[in-house]
Write a protein that binds this ligand. Structure first.
Ligand code: G1P
Ligand code: ZN
Length: 545
């Protein structure tokens, strides 16, 4: 039975994709027609899907399986000729990007709410990636939103669910569903970039131990296959490696607050030499050495400085890019290498054009995201393998590499303070209040620091010249310290205000201070400028990273 049914529907007003796709509570997606409307709005926006190939997979969170079946039936009705779907409907975000590129698919749908908690009361999400393997640009997501506001029907194939538990091809109406190994293509790609022999030597030496925390999310199977099976890391090097629909009740965000067990292990004097974690859909990473945390901004700078040790990047980097709130540590490395450094708005989609045009090779965000031109998403395990390659090539510890880097380039002390679940009006009020002060700030002094720049960051893409306005309030000081304020575009509860703080230090005697102490003056300035306590009743941030 493979009839195509046309179902009438009415629009939902809240289907505007954010920084990374449409992200809502599971209960929102469970409303009748909600998912169907959005996917049909996407297909309508893309134009004719007839004869094309789509990639489909997700991070395995609650509702992944149900949504995958619905999307397959909508895709069949839309005329796709083939859908490549990961075994059991699973694909990490970086693997989906790799598969789209390898098989020249017209695009892909990724089911994920990234690092947000999962489970029946958690979050779900859906995002569309275009044929370069990267997140759809704003012009596409805006058009999908417009379409979602007027949609009155969708088309769906009637039929049984497709068995996604076995590799191979299955017919769904006129469409072929090909169930693919979610790990193999990705693992092969990693093997072309890194010196696997050298990493294997390190991981099998009895002087080196490591832990990779998959946080009960999608990277478990990838890490088992690559780190343990292929590269010989001892069994048990991968922790929390079994993906669970609710991530074991945890918050699959690889940072100091949420990867507690790993952080505790690495802070022990006899702990492993290297620790890392990845998020729900595998695109974020956290890097730790024994007794040392590598901030994501520093990690980008250090990977850039050491790229010549890695086979895939030995030929040189064309340039680097970082999101605007990411620290300026990488700028200093780029200057030394004599390559361009681009400052883009928050969100990986802004790196796509730079990578496609070969203007940047490595990219990164302060939010635990690093990646390169090998795909068009950030990539958690890639960052882990890059660090392992550097450790193996230099024969030094993470701490030694970090301290030598700071000694050479100076240190950008950096922290992000998040105020979550704020009243939306109060949060918007803070941004308005900052905008109102902006013009008066340049030239003013705060505790010995003079404001040299205050603006509402706007970005003109150097490739397609599209302009993105209102990407965060930026306050720069003459000593290159910065405070940045922006509202999150991925939250699902109220508003989240993010305050990014950065201070540069090159004095060799001041490179090992406590980050929050160093940033205390800037934190006080941020509180003063936002009037946050008065406006929200909050005395301190919800999360500090
Ligand atoms: C957050 C991060 C951003 C990242 C995005 C998707 O977005 O800040 O860097 O690209 O998640 O992982 P935000 O909630 O700040 O809009
Ligand atoms: Zn993610």
């Amino acid at each position: 039975m493979t009839a195509i049914r046309t179902v009438s529907t009415t629009p939902f007003a809240d289907q505007k994709p954010g920084t990374s796709g449409l992200r809502k509570k599971v209960s929102v997606f469970q409303q009748p027609h909600y998912l169907e409307n959005f996917v049909q709005a996407l297909f309508d926006t893309l134009g004719s899907c007839r004869g094309q190939t789509l990639v489909l997979g997700g991070d395995g969170r609650y509702y992944n399986d149900i949504a995958a079946q619905t999307i397959l039936k909508l895709a069949a009705a839309a005329g796709y000729s083939r859908v490549l779907v990961g075994l059991n409907g699973l694909l990490s975000t970086p693997a989906a990007s790799a598969v789209i590129r390898k098989y020249s698919a017209s695009g892909g749908i990724i089911l994920s709410a990234s690092h947000n908690p999962g489970g029946v009361n958690g979050d779900f999400g859906i995002k569309y990636n275009i044929s370069n393997g990267g997140p759809a640009p704003e012009k596409v997501t805006d058009a999908v939103y417009e379409r979602s506001k007027s949609i009155d029907h969708y088309r769906i194939l009637e039929g049984d669910d497709v068995a996604l538990e076995r590799l191979g091809e299955i017919r769904l109406g006129a469409m072929v569903v090909e169930v693919v190994d979610p790990v193999q293509d990705y693992a092969d790609l990693m093997g072309t970039l890194f010196d696997f022999d050298r990493i294997r030597e390190l991981l099998t030496s009895n002087r080196f131990t490591m832990r990779f925390d998959a946080m009960h999310a999608i990277t478990g199977p990838y890490a088992h296959a690559i780190l343990e099976d292929e590269l010989g890391a001892a069994a048990g090097s991968v922790m929390n490696g079994q993906p669970l629909p609710d991530f074991g009740g945890g918050h699959p965000d690889p940072n100091l607050a949420h990867a507690e067990e790993l952080v505790a292990l690495l802070s022990r004097g006899d702990g492993p030499q290297f620790g890392a974690a990845a998020d729900g859909d595998g695109d974020r990473n956290m890097i730790l050495g024994r007794g040392v945390f590598v901030s994501p901004s520093d990690s980008l700078a250090m990977l850039t400085a050491n790229a010549d040790l890695v086979p895939g990047y030995r030929a040189g980097l064309t340039g680097v890019a970082r999101s605007m709130p990411t620290s300026q540590a990488v700028d200093r490395v780029a200057a030394k290498l004599g390559i361009s450094c681009y400052e883009t708005p928050t969100g990986w989609k802004f790196f796509g054009n730079l990578l496609d045009a070969d203007m940047a090779t490595l990219c990164g965000e302060e939010s635990f995201g690093t990646g390169s031109n090998h795909i068009r998403e950030k990539d958690g395990l890639w960052a882990v393998l890059f660090w392992l390659n550097v450790l193996a090539a230099r024969g030094q510890s993470v701490a030694e590499i970090v301290h030598q880097h700071w000694a050479e380039f100076g240190r950008n002390y950096y922290s992000r303070h998040d105020y979550e679940a704020l009243d939306i009006d109060a949060a918007n009020g803070i941004i308005e209040h900052l905008r109102a002060q902006m013009q008066m700030l340049p030239g003013q002094s705060f505790g010995g620091r003079q404001v040299s720049l205050a603006d509402d960051f706007a970005y003109t893409d150097p490739v397609d010249h599209s302009v993105s306005q209102h990407q965060g309030i930026r306050i720069g000081f003459s000593d290159s310290a910065r405070i940045i304020f922006r509202l999150s575009g991925t939250g699902t509860e109220g508003a989240t205000l993010r305050i990014y703080l950065e201070a540069y230090e090159s004095n060799q005697t001041k490179l090992n201070l406590d980050t929050q102490d160093v940033l205390a003056d800037l934190i006080a300035i941020a509180k003063q400028l936002t009037d946050i306590e008065q406006r929200t009743g909050r005395k301190s941030p919800t999360v500090i990273t």
